[in-house]
Design a binder for this molecule. Structure first.
Ligand SMILES: NC(=O)c1ccc[n+]([C@@H]2O[C@H](COP(=O)([O-])OP(=O)(O)OC[C@H]3O[C@@H](n4cnc5c(N)ncnc54)[C@H](OP(=O)(O)O)[C@@H]3O)[C@@H](O)[C@H]2O)c1
Length: 255
């Protein structure tokens, strides 16, 4: 049976999707880089009948596939297509996310340029900074303003936020930078009862490895679903419990 309900947060939001009790409190989640990999797995884990999912990506076909597959399980799914390497793309994403408060922001979109530091071009450096650091900074700065107590920000960092690896200097630079930013923001938001959850996956079997030169043993990598499960578990803790730092790796060692 279909039910019509009204989100308490938005007077213009009516839907005829099934399964939610009338006047049930709606939750709004934004996941960047949800078109594939870890972001997609997180979106899949968080899909629920009382959730409005705002899913971001650049690849229109891949993102449409994710959105279409999750629509039947969510109150609403919104597609946000923006290039986060440029600040205008980030501004457009913030504008499209709108003024209604978010209960969750997942800063997941990321790029990996892997080559000797002597060969990294200025454009590649700027692109890495833009997507991996400046975008999460601007999204957090603008969107945290309206987030209510009990909401959460999840930052997908990496073991490369803690350790340097040869040829990964641009990537490590960006993840170390995001680590410093998010640790500090966490302390600023603690009094507002907003949790900042930092996730540090080791090598995870996603498309990010497709363009990285070399042989990378996929079988030794963890799955994006495992990362997503850890995120979902941290978010499922009571609002006054902070599971703040999550490191995931293969038990038998990293690559
Ligand atoms: N895979 C790993 O081994 C691993 C380990 C630790 C941490 N991480 C981190 O996990 C996050 C997700 O990575 P993944 O492994 O899932 O990689 P992935 O499969 O390549 O997915 C990356 C996502 O980021 C988006 N993205 C990349 N550049 C973008 C840009 N310029 N503008 C907007 N969106 C952009 C992609 O969108 P489109 O495809 O639609 O362009 C895609 O949705 C990243 O922050 C990464 O650093 C990954």
């Amino acid at each position: 049976m279909e039910q019509i309900f009204l989100s308490p947060r938005s007077s213009c939001f009516w839907t005829t999707r099934p399964a939610v009790a009338p006047y049930q409190i709606m939750k709004r989640y934004l996941v960047t880089g949800a078109s594939r990999g870890i972001g997609r797995a997180i979106a899949e884990k968080l899909a629920a009948s009382d959730v409005e999912l705002l899913l971001h990506g650049r690849d229109t076909v891949a993102l449409a596939d994710v959105c279409n597959s999750l629509k039947p399980r969510c109150a609403r799914v919104v597609r946000l297509i923006h290039d986060l390497a440029v600040t205008s793309g980030v501004s457009d994403l913030i504008a499209q996310a709108g003024k209604d408060p978010l209960d969750l922001l997942v800063n997941n979109a990321g790029v990996a340029i892997v080559k000797p530091f002597g060969e990294i071009t200025r454009v590649e450096w700027e692109q890495t900074l833009g997507v991996n650091v400046t975008a999460p900074f601007l999204l957090t700065q603008h969107l945290a303003q309206n987030m209510p107590p009990g909401s959460s920000i999840v930052n997908i960092l990496s073991i490369a936020a803690k350790t340097g690896f040869p040829n990964w200097s641009a990537y490590c630079m960006s993840k170390f930078a995001l680590e410093g930013f998010s640790q500090s923001v966490r302390e600023e938001l603690r009094d507002r009862k907003i949790r900042v959850i930092n996730v540090y996956p080791a090598a995870t079997d996603t498309n990010i490895w497709n363009n990285i030169e070399g042989e990378w043993p996929r079988k030794k990598m963890i799955s994006p679903e495992e990362v997503a499960s850890a995120v979902a578990y941290a978010l499922s803790r009571p609002a006054d419990v902070a599971l703040e730092n999550i490191t995931l790796s293969n038990l038998t060692g990293n690559l």
